[in-house]
Design a protein around this ligand. Structure first.
Ligand code: PLP
Length: 403
């Protein structure tokens, strides 16, 4: 079947919630993807930040193959030999104390919200009348709880009423957050680096202000590290680059490097005074296959010093992107940390057009917000891949300059 008929056929089967690009991908190798016509694409999207190790890592594939043969699933009624190892690895990587494995990022958010609510419920004498502060332009997922704290109104409106008691504040504006604090505030949830909203890193002063609220008022800090965690910004988790100890963090995307798995993690203090048996659960969550993926990913990260690699190559990536931003008026600003970078485009240059042109030239990119070109390459890219990406963007932006 040719690509066009295949796409039409597929669309006839699915609920139409995605506007997919007209590309049928078939296989991946390293940091490249190949479509059904064997056209090669340099991947600067990583399946939306998931494929941290790129495609076809041998140790990872061997470990999962071994696990497929041994045991895929048991339910959480039993123990299995890989849960402990995956949890220990994640604890070591994050410095947090207790782990709950989920199947996705949005489920990690659900669990984090429940843990925060339960903590406040027990602390305040079985009173559940609490509020949570979330950020404008945030993204936390598509399920009802995560949607409730997602700061893009048009995502929420059709599905109201959502969970009550959510107040929105401006990111990087501590006065705005303070103005939303009441006696009922039990938690503040934020992305350590806003992703979907347009690639906005948190300013250290903002985090310091949140720390003050955490200490003064026992307001729990929930840091959503689903996108910016797992080495993407040059440390295992992005919050580790600030002077802060979050009470709860969420992770997903790259923690399984392709196998659907997420997690929320807590400090011991919160774990001992929040969720109890019966409060939360998941049939699949942290099954042996998912845990083996997490375990192996963490082993490979350590062995190959993935964070060190990201840190070492970041100045080169930033230099190349800054070079483009300086050269072309189509690019207003570069923002980001590590391998989570955004180029804010001039409103006259539609980000979708740039993405399409890049695809024609064999480069896959993402967008964020309405006018930000988002780059989330696999964490194993080398200088030559950065050069290849920058060369393609240079050709594309040169055309806008002449027009
Ligand atoms: C992607 C994302 C989520 C949701 O993860 P899913 O696995 O799609 O449910 C939550 N928070 C952030 C910051 C994300 O980038």
């Amino acid at each position: 079947m040719d690509t066009k008929s295949y796409i039409q056929e597929t669309e006839n089967q699915l609920v139409h919630v995605y506007n997919r690009f007209p590309i049928v991908l078939e296989r991946g190798e390293g940091v490249y993807l190949y479509d059904a016509n064997d056209k090669k694409y340099l991947d600067f999207g990583s399946g939306i930040g998931v494929m941290g190790l790129g495609y076809g890592n041998k140790e990872y594939t061997d470990a999962l193959t071994d696990q497929l043969h041994k045991l895929i699933h048991t339910s959480n009624l039993y123990y299995s030999d890989v849960i402990d190892s995956a949890a220990k690895g994640l604890k070591k990587a994050s410095g947090m104390d207790r782990v709950f494995f989920t199947n996705s990022g949005t489920e990690a958010i659900e669990g984090a919200l429940k843990a925060a609510k339960k903590y406040a419920y027990l602390r305040d004498g079985n009173n559940s009348d609490h509020e949570i502060i979330a950020m404008n332009h945030s993204f936390h997922g598509r399920t009802m709880g995560a949607l409730s704290v997602t700061g893009t109104e048009h995502y929420r409106t059709p599905f109201e009423k959502l969970i009550p008691g959510i107040r929105f504040a401006d990111y990087n504006d501590i006065d705005s957050v303070r103005s939303q604090v009441t006696d009922k505030t039990c938690a503040i949830i934020l992305e350590t680096l806003q992703g979907e909203g347009g690639i906005y890193p948190a300013e250290p002063e903002f985090i310091a202000g949140l720390k003050q609220l955490q200490q003064e008022k026992d307001i729990l800090l929930i840091f959503d590290e689903v996108q910016c965690g797992m080495g993407r910004t040059g440390s295992m988790f992005c919050f580790q680059q600030y002077d802060i100890q979050p009470d709860i963090i969420t992770a997903a995307k790259a923690i399984g490097c392709g196998v659907p798995v997420g997690a929320f993690l807590m400090t011991e203090r919160v774990a001992d005074a929040s969720l109890e048996p019966g409060d939360h659960g998941s049939t699949y969550g942290g099954n042996p296959l998912a845990c083996r993926a997490v375990d192996e990913v963490l082993k490979i990260y350590e062995k190959e010093d993935i964070c060190g690699h990201v840190k070492a190559l970041t100045p080169y990536l930033e230099e190349k992107l800054d070079g483009l931003a300086g050269k072309y008026s189509a690019i207003k600003e570069r923002r980001g940390r590590g391998f989570m970078q955004g180029l804010e485009l001039d409103p006259s240059v539609p980000v979708g057009d740039v993405i399409h042109q890049a695809q024609e030239k064999g480069l896959l990119l993402l967008s964020a917000g309405s006018n930000v070109l988002r780059l989330l390459p696999p964490l194993v890219i080398e200088k030559e891949h950065i050069d290849e990406m920058a060369g393609i963007l240079d050709e594309i932006f040169a055309k806008y300059e002449k027009a």
